[in-house]
Structure formats: C-alpha cells, structure tokens
Design a protein around this ligand. Structure first.
Ligand SMILES: Nc1ncnc2c1ncn2[C@@H]1O[C@H](COP(=O)(O)OP(=O)(O)OP(=O)(O)O)[C@@H](O)[C@H]1O
Ligand SMILES: [Mg+2]
Length: 409
C-alpha cells in the first residue's frame, strides 16, 4: 500500500533534510513556503497524513497554514515544530486539536520521521471520495481493534536488566516491527524509565488518581502516556516511592486492561519484589519475561520465581531472556538450572546503554546497526511469533484521547 503524503513548511535548512528523510521512508513529500502552495497540494491530494509546520519563526503564517488543514471539512493533524521555550509559553492551551502534536527544536530529521510514523500509526487515512479525511478513534473489526499483548518484565533480583529489556524491547517492537507500543513504568520504588528517555515532568497515574476526587477527569493510560521521539508511548505509575497507597492493584490492572484496546503491545517494567501490585500485574500479563544474567544470585532468583510461578499457575507465561549472555555461566547451564528454555539472548552492550540514556534515547533508536540492537530485534521477533495465553478483558475506551505532550527530539 502506498504511504501517505506529508506537507512540510519549515525553514529551508530544516525542510531539506526532513523531506529527504521522509522520502527515504517512502512518504510523498511536498515542501511549501506559501499557503497558496499548501492549498493547491491539499486540493489535489486526499491522503495527506500530517502537515509539519514551523510553530514560531512566522507564527501568523503558521496560523494561515493551520487554518487550511481544517478548511473544507479537512481534519489533517499538524506537527508543530517549536522551541522548548515556546512550548512552555503555550502551556495547557496547546495545539488546536487533540490530533495535533508538538516537536521541539533542536531535533534530528530521523527523530522527526519517527514522530510522523507514530502519528500515522495512530491515525488511519480514509478515502471515502469526499476529500481528505483523517479519521481517528476506535475502529471496528479491523487490525486496530485486537487487544494488546501485555508483557511484564520481572526478576526479583535487582540490576539484571529488567528496565533495559523493557525499554529496548518496547522500542524494537515500535520502531523495527511497526507495532503500536505502550511502555509502562510500574517500578513504584526506583522507576526511572521516563527520565532515562529524556521525558521529564510527565503526568503519572498517581497524579491522575489524586486529582480525580477533586473533579479531575478520569484518565486512561493512553491519555496519560507521553510520546517519546521514537514513537513509543510511555507512562509511569508514579514519580515518587512515597505515599502510593492510591495505586490499588485492582485499579492499576483495570487501567492496564482498558489500555489493551489502543495498542498492539503493552510492556511493563516492574520493581524487583513480590508485592501485591506485582502479583496483580502477573495475573493480567500474557507473558512474563524474566531477564537473567549469567551469575548465581540472578539464576537463583529465577529458580525461585519459576517455583512460585508454578504455584500461582503462571508458569507457562514465563520466559527467560538471558542478558549479557556472552559472559559467565553458559546458556545451556542456565536453562537447565532454571528449568526453562530461553526466548532470546542479549549480549552485553557495553556503554551503548549509557550513551543512549544520556541522549534520552533507546539503544535501538540510536545504534540500530549494533549487534545488541539485532539481539533485541530477534527478541521482538520471538515475541511477535510466539503465541500467548488467552487475552484478558476487552473493555471499550477512547482509543486516541491524548493530551499535549512535550517531546524531546
Ligand atoms: N546487556 C547489557 N549490556 C550492558 N549493560 C547492561 C545490559 N543490561 C543491563 N545493563 C546495565 O546494567 C544496569 C542495570 O540494568 P537495569 O536497570 O535494566 O536493571 P533492573 O533489573 O531494571 O534493575 P532494578 O532491579 O534496580 O530495577 C544498567 O546500568 C544497565 O544499563
Ligand atoms: Mg529497573
């Protein structure tokens, strides 16, 4: 199927690399510098997925462009490129429609391309012959309506790579496999997924639940999730280890189940404990990935988990992921000891993880050709290709209700 078109109105030094990147990705791109050019392009093209506009160099001109996206019954989302300062000034007023998004300077053409990909994933171009219409919202009886597979990443031993696996697997599924992924940081004690992805001050589930009794809106995980430059959507349960009583396990699992409708995969990073919240999340997880490093304490913890999982009736959902597989105990010995085969092996990525975290990116985004990214690719393939247990509840919800989110480019 042909890829949709994208209109780009940016200063020349930005529009040239951005147009080249988008064309490389298969999009039809038109660069426009005057509203008349955009008008002409929109009149002749029904499949315009996104218009990338400069949100600050000439704000009045941007507004003219923006108006055209809404003229004649059109509803084409705008991706407004702004400076972080302008974004702050915009405050909660934000863009004109829930479909519009912001992208902050400085940015790379590649990260902007992934943002466009994400916007396309979240919308579906519908050509009903009446003109360019981009429809979003829950769709009936198609690929979007199947419930997500929930993958919990857990080992009761600290530091074995749970967060690394959750974040980079989510990124691999999103970027390399074209899946629509929600990454949930459910480590209520030492969770740092959003900060390591360069997403600061994001609204958490605890923030939302605390606001609810004061008349705050009931928000879904999709509402709360912030978009990362990779296209991943990311939400944290809390930003503080204290006073999280409001996170009742049943409330959290209801939110997870409700989010199944909007995503292909929900990847959940857990704290290393057997607390009530984790046990409830195990219940709703279709798969529990157990990262294990080749050392005795990590293997011992995995053996204990395998035994407990048998007691809890979860054993068939568990799968080992051997992390830093190129050192220490052999893979065959680990599999034998834990009594489970491994789903995938991940080698040591050395400092690549640190370098990626310094940039607020995942290794998959930043070092796509490195062997470690290939390992995650193979893990993503195994996940996609491996059948999972029966899906849980399938509640309806507003699929694409999103709030404005700040995104680091
Ligand atoms: N394959 C790998 N190659 C190189 N470094 C790795 C690898 N896996 C994990 N690390 C590093 O090891 C450290 C611990 O990893 P991570 O935070 O993912 O563990 P965790 O199980 O989530 O820890 P915690 O139990 O504290 O939440 C991090 O600094 C991470 O970058
Ligand atoms: Mg962790």
């Amino acid at each position: 199927m042909a890829r949709p078109s994208v209109a780009v109105s940016l200063p020349a030094e930005e529009s040239v690399p951005v147009a080249a990147e988008l064309r490389e990705a298969g999009f039809t791109v038109v660069t426009v510098s005057h509203p008349d050019e955009l008008e002409a392009f929109l009149a002749g093209n029904r499949d315009v997925a996104v218009a990338i506009l400069d949100g600050e160099t000439d704000f009045d001109r941007s507004l003219e462009f923006y108006g055209l996206l809404r003229d004649n019954g059109r509803a084409i989302p705008a991706l407004m490129v702004v400076s972080p300062r302008t974004l702050d000034k915009l405050g909660s007023g934000g863009a004109g429609s829930v479909e519009d998004e912001y992208f902050t300077r400085p940015y790379s053409a590649e990260s902007l391309r992934w943002r466009v990909e994400a916007m396309c994933i979240r919308s579906q171009t519908v050509d009903d012959g009446s003109g360019p219409v981009l429809q979003s919202g829950p769709l009936e009886a198609d690929g979007w309506s199947h419930p997500a597979t929930v993958i919990a990443v857990f080992n009761p031993k600290g530091g074995v790579g749970k967060t690394t696996v959750a974040t980079n697997l989510a990124s691999a599924l999103q970027i390399r496999k074209g899946q629509n992924v929600l990454l949930v940081d459910a480590d209520t004690v030492t969770g740092h997924v959003t900060t390591s992805l360069g997403m600061n001050e994001v609204r958490t589930v605890v923030d939302s639940l605390r606001d609810e009794p004061d008349g705050g809106a009931v928000e879904t995980l999709a509402d709360l999730a912030a978009a990362h430059s990779s296209g991943l959507r990311v939400v944290s349960l809390t930003s503080s280890p204290l006073n999280n009583e409001i996170l009742e396990p049943s409330r959290v699992t209801a939110l997870i189940n409700a989010a199944r409708r909007g995503f292909d995969y929900i990847v959940i990073d857990l704290h290393p404990s057997y607390g009530a919240l984790n046990q409830a999340i195990f219940e709703v997880a279709d798969r529990i990935l157990v990262p294990v490093t080749p050392d005795v304490p990590a293997i011992r913890a995995a053996v204990q988990l395998a035994d407990l999982a048998t007691e809890l009736g979860l054993r068939e959902r568990l799968a080992l992921v051997i992390n830093r597989a190129n050192s220490g105990v052999s893979v065959a010995d680990m599999e034998r000891t834990v009594g489970m085969p491994s789903l995938a092996l991940l080698r040591s990525g050395g400092l690549l993880f640190v370098r990626a975290a310094n940039e607020g990116r995942t290794v998959i985004e930043m070092f796509p050709r490195e062997k470690i990214s290939e390992d995650f690719d193979a893990l993503a393939d195994r996940i996609i290709g491996t059948p999972v247990s029966a899906p849980a509840a399938k509640p309806a919800f507003g699929l694409f209700n999103r709030q404005k989110v700040a995104v680091r480019a």
